[in-house]
Ligand binder design. Sequence first.
Ligand code: ADP
Ligand code: UDP
Length: 238
Amino acid sequence: MNKLKEITKGKAKSMFTTDNGEHLVMHFSDDTSAFDGKKKEALLGKGAVNNQFNAFIMEHLENNGIETHMVEIIDSTDSLVYKLEMFPIECVIRNRATGSICKRLGTEDGLVLEKPLFEFFLKNDELGDPLINDEHIISFGWAKNDHIIKMKEITYKVNEILSKLFIESGLILVDFKVEFGLYKNKILLADEFTPDGCRLWDSKTLKKMDKDRFRQGLGGVVESYHQVADRLGMKIET
Ligand code: ADP
Ligand code: UDP
């Protein structure tokens, strides 16, 4: 397998074509961004920890019945994935209220929600990833109704599987974002699941262990990702 051409360079990852038209190489860089790209920094070693973290979580999800785009991990920073037709949508589940929802609804930070809350956001940095609903998605043709139903169902299942995994390691899965795409008409979980795209709090102290350390300038970002990986029993190659 050869990495041929960089087809997308996003805020944290690059995708490369391969000599096999079905697959892409997903390269995790050290680039870190927040506030829709307004705050940026390269954090040494973040790409490596995130690639291996993602591979571990995707494998755990596959073992629990979730179909993902992962083919295999290639090396410390790269993974091979199926090339998908991505939905321009982010699926978020919140178990506790924090971040954008507190600003939007004026609710108490850290409030435990009565029921996990699902939200859709449109992937559009210039617009600050606006909140959208099923009606917007259907009317603008971003996805079909049966895809919407599937994306919600899978995201709730991911929440159940991972909340259990993290709590067993003393971590609360506060909220997370996932993305989906189509491969031969089948919906697959795509992109990444890493501390860049979720919130993880220590279950005793409520210490933030995720990208909020970067957003809020708390420091020790990559160290914290390693601590989470250690707690889950991952062996990270640096
Ligand atoms: P962003 O686009 O938010 O800057 P990244 O730096 O993480 O994000 O870039 C990765 C890009 O690759 C995202 O746009 C994501 O939707 C896309 N992507 C993730 N998985 C796949 C896949 N299997 N096939 C095609 N595109 C993918
Ligand atoms: N999230 C993400 N990418 C985004 C927006 C949000 O990975 O473009 C994740 C974020 O890390 C958190 C969850 O989705 O785990 C909910 O984020 P929120 O809406 O609170 O937005 P934020 O406060 O991060 O702007």
